[in-house]
Design a protein around this ligand. Sequence first.
Ligand SMILES: *[C@@H]1O[C@H](CO)[C@@H](O)[C@H](O)[C@H]1NC(C)=O
Ligand SMILES: *[C@@H]1O[C@H](CO)[C@@H](O)[C@H](O)[C@H]1NC(C)=O
Length: 276
Amino acid sequence: MYTSVILFIMCLIVLSSSRAEMVNLKVINELPSNGYSNLQKLDSKAEEKLQLRMKPANFTGPGHLKDLVGRCFKHRDLKYEYVFCPFQNLTQEDIQTYYEPYKGVLGVWADWIIEDGKFKMMNMIEGSPCGNGMHRSTKITLQCGPSSELVSVSEPDKCRYLAKFETPDVCGENALVVYPRLPAELRQRWDDAEQDLHTGLLTKKGYHKELERIFLAASYYLSPDMKSSLVHKAATESSKTCKVELEEARLRITELEEELRLKEEIILELGDGKRE
Ligand SMILES: *[C@@H]1O[C@H](CO)[C@@H](O)[C@H](O)[C@H]1NC(C)=O
Ligand SMILES: *[C@@H]1O[C@H](CO)[C@@H](O)[C@H](O)[C@H]1NC(C)=O
């Protein structure tokens, strides 16, 4: 209930900042009870689906992992149920609390964490707020296993989660090796960097910087610009949803005002009838 109210107020703020004319708050306060329940239905519908702060990035990485796209995997521990949708999102829901259980996003698919030339972890960022302007985020390690399964989620640091995902898709020795998956031109740049490191033309630091640029060029890393454009897209979409909901609420208000006017007329007429 508390979150629904906040959501509704947020909608009002979004709308008031984008439009000069503003919903008459007084009218909302005075809505008869049947109208109010209707409004509640509208905004609890919005609450059911968690809003993502960022649109997930495109799929990148080893092509054979693409069959994980569109699938979701659940894991339960004593307190929470987690749902992991690879290359999409990871969410958490409190299963211990019956009244208004916590539901949050632990991260949205952003990019890879590459270590020692291998796709090491999936990097999920921009989850639900966590105080101090921070947002939850999760690193998901991929491990070879007999079936695809989210095996564990932990929170070693506040709002910084670690998860393990097992899948037969990463069992081959080369399943997660980056180099052979790069386009020829980027492989060449890597070769050159390697050479320059050996001849002393590049420092270790310079070499790692160049690798970072290569992974960015291959879209294995998300650039800051790309990231802000994905955050911006999500915000635009959610404000659109807000507007649609507010428009529906306004229509309902107009209907109710009309109903009220008709009823007032009837009352007036009845009153007149009595006096005669
Ligand atoms: C997470 O991704 C799945 C799969 O694409 C999608 O069905 C679900 O709506 C997403 N969750 C949220 C909170 O957007
Ligand atoms: C995702 O792919 C689409 C279509 O190929 C492209 O237009 C878009 O720029 C890509 N987005 C990111 C974040 O890479």
